[in-house]
Each structure stands twice: as structure tokens, then as C-alpha cells.
Design a protein. Structure first.
Length: 116
């Protein structure tokens, strides 16, 4: 994952293809609470190995968490990371401040904090 510049939000965390990464305010720890239809609309960022930090991302903030289905989700500063199905192009941030599935979703900054 790397950091990219977004015209509205400033520096944001993105995956290796430039897709925006989000956190879910209902996740109060590194354990994901987004499953079923939530995970269909907000797919988790999964990994088969150790996540890699690219330009601007901090290796010290990267981690993983096991999901209930046995897959491994990438975390950043303890937050499980997600995509949103409405982002179609690199840098899209259509999920910013969206409230659904019980809480708000926010783009993640390079410091690991939500951008509001």
C-alpha cells in the first residue's frame, strides 16, 4: 500500500493499484465487524502474506487480523481496511463519511487516522 494525493481529501492511503482504503468506525479494535452483506458492499483488503508498505505508508503501522471466515485482513494503525464497491477508478473516494451498516466509513490517512 502507498499514499496518494486526493484533490478533496489530501494524502490518503491506497492499495498498489491506487484504490482508496477505508476504515469502519464500528470496528473498535483490530477485529473486523463487517461480514455478510456489509463485506459484499465494503470488501475487506485481504492478504496471503505480510502486507508491504510502499511510498508514504509506514511499515510500523501495518498488521493483519484473522477474519471469522479464516481469511487474513490487512490492518493499518490497528484498523481493518476495506474498499467500497462504488469506487470504480484509482483515487475515487465515494465512501467517505458514508453511514451504513451501523456506523460511518472514512478514508484512512498516512498516519492511520480517519480523514473527516
Amino acid at each position: 500500500m502507498t499514499v496518494a494525493q486526493n484533490a478533496k481529501l489530501g494524502q490518503i492511503l491506497v492499495d498498489g493499484n491506487g484504490r482508496t482504503l477505508y476504515l469502519f468506525e464500528a470496528d473498535t479494535s483490530s477485529a473486523s465487524t463487517c461480514y455478510g452483506s456489509c463485506a459484499t458492499y465494503w470488501p475487506p483488503l485481504l492478504t496471503g502474506g505480510p502486507p508491504q508498505a510502499g511510498a508514504g505508508a509506514k511499515t510500523s503501522l501495518l498488521g493483519t487480523t484473522k477474519r471469522n471466515d479464516g481469511t487474513t485482513e490487512v490492518t493499518y494503525a490497528g484498523h481493518p481496511l476495506y474498499y467500497v464497491v462504488t469506487d470504480h477508478n484509482p483515487g475515487d473516494a465515494t465512501g467517505q463519511r458514508v453511514n451504513n451498516f451501523g456506523a460511518a466509513w472514512d478514508v484512512v490517512g498516512p498516519d492511520g487516522k480517519q480523514i473527516v
